[in-house]
Design a protein around this ligand. Structure first.
Ligand SMILES: *Cc1c(COP(=O)(O)O)cnc(C)c1O
Length: 345
């Protein structure tokens, strides 16, 4: 790699490093033992997250996988069925956790770039018949990672809520990037809190914290979640240092997310016009996914960019993903556009 240029790392929005200001906040955190529920900074983060979304309580965990998996475990019994999109992170990117942790059955739906509609949900609810698994939980993802950052129309979610209500089902949101969706729609976290029973929010993605996710729900649900987190080995001690980073992220890094979307739009415009590109997903937020023509060798393309200090990640056959985030600046966008144009295929 070129030692003079900084690395433009588009592999994920999880690669961000804490800024000096965030580190300063972490350095000064008051901490205690969170297994004894003694850490004041964790309490502050949990209360802040819960009140932002209008939920009663929150639980700070190591990862979005953990918050999703705990939620599924709390909401289901073995043999119950979870409805989600076929590309949902909870199904395709959490290591088979639904089976491993909850012993639940999964009903996969072919959504629109990962988004389900109310009819699809209704059609996939099982009748009350001993042959069928008991449909218990509907899980939506917003924004959708493998849908190239697509986001929901809140009206559709409200229709889904009516269906889940009329069938007595629970509605969970994998909101790893919910703030990216809100940055586009202008809706408030409380509007989302009002329609979902539980929400998982990542602090370590676009918000730039080094570690951590929040699970939001009722007090009773979070009490059960705390027990399951402990069973999973996720009870932690002076994690207030990390919670301080999370508080800093919520205070400072939400309003700037739109900048990441604008930068992604610039890249997307260039990529759409490249001769060696077969197809590009529409770009809605901070994720770009595109397919290279069949005669392009993906590792060669990746290496060409790597030689110019640009990192991207492959995403299945012939496809690659670029994600913008707070460590990607305009200078990087400019030279990435130049490098993409230089590649000869
Ligand atoms: C990143 C992500 C998660 C959680 O991932 P962790 O790496 O476990 O924090 C969950 N859902 C979606 C859609 C994600 O993109």
């Amino acid at each position: 790699m070129n030692p003079i240029l900084s690395v433009a790392d588009y592999r994920s929005d999880t690669v961000t490093r804490p800024t000096p200001a965030m580190l300063e906040a972490m350095f000064h955190a008051k901490v205690g033992d969170d297994v004894f529920e003694d850490d004041p900074t964790i309490h502050e983060l949990e209360e802040k997250g819960a009140s932002m979304f209008g939920k009663e309580a929150a639980l700070f965990c190591t990862s979005g996988t953990m918050t999703n998996q705990i939620a599924i475990k709390v909401h289901t019994q073995p043999g119950d069925e979870v409805i989600c999109d076929k590309n949902a992170h909870i199904y395709s990117h959490e290591g088979g956790g639904i089976a491993f942790n909850s012993g639940a059955s999964v009903r996969l739906i072919d959504g629109d770039r990962g988004r389900l509609n109310a009819n699809q949900v209704e059609e996939n609810i099982n009748p009350d018949n001993i042959h069928n698994p008991i449909t218990r939980l509907v899980a939506l993802e917003n924004t959708v990672n493998r849908g190239a950052g697509s986001y929901y129309d809140l009206n559709e979610i409200k229709k889904i809520r009516q269906i889940t209500d009329s069938h007595g089902l629970i509605l969970h949101l994998d909101g790893a990037r919910i703030f990216n969706a809100l940055a586009e729609t202008g809706e408030s976290p409380k509007e989302y809190g009002a329609v979902f029973d539980s929400i998982s929010v990542c602090l370590s993605k676009g918000l730039g914290a080094p570690v951590g996710s929040l699970l939001l729900g009722t007090k009773a649900m979070i009490k059960k979640a705390r027990r399951i987190r402990k069973v999973m080995g996720g009870g932690w001690r002076q994690a207030g240092f990390l919670a301080a980073a999370g508080i800093y992220a919520l205070d400072h890094n939400i309003t700037r997310l739109k900048e990441d979307h604008i930068r992604a739009e610039k890249l997307h415009k260039t990529i759409s016009g490249l001769s060696y590109v077969d197809s590009v997903f529409p770009q809605d937020t901070n994720i770009i996914i595109f397919k290279l023509k069949d005669d392009i060798n993906v590792p060669d393309f990746q290496q060409f960019l790597k030689n110019q200090n640009i990192l991207i990640s492959p995403m299945g056959k012939q496809s690659v993903r670029l994600v913008t985030h707070l460590d990607i600046n305009d200078e990087m966008i400019g030279r990435t556009i130049e490098s993409l144009k230089q590649f000869k295929g």
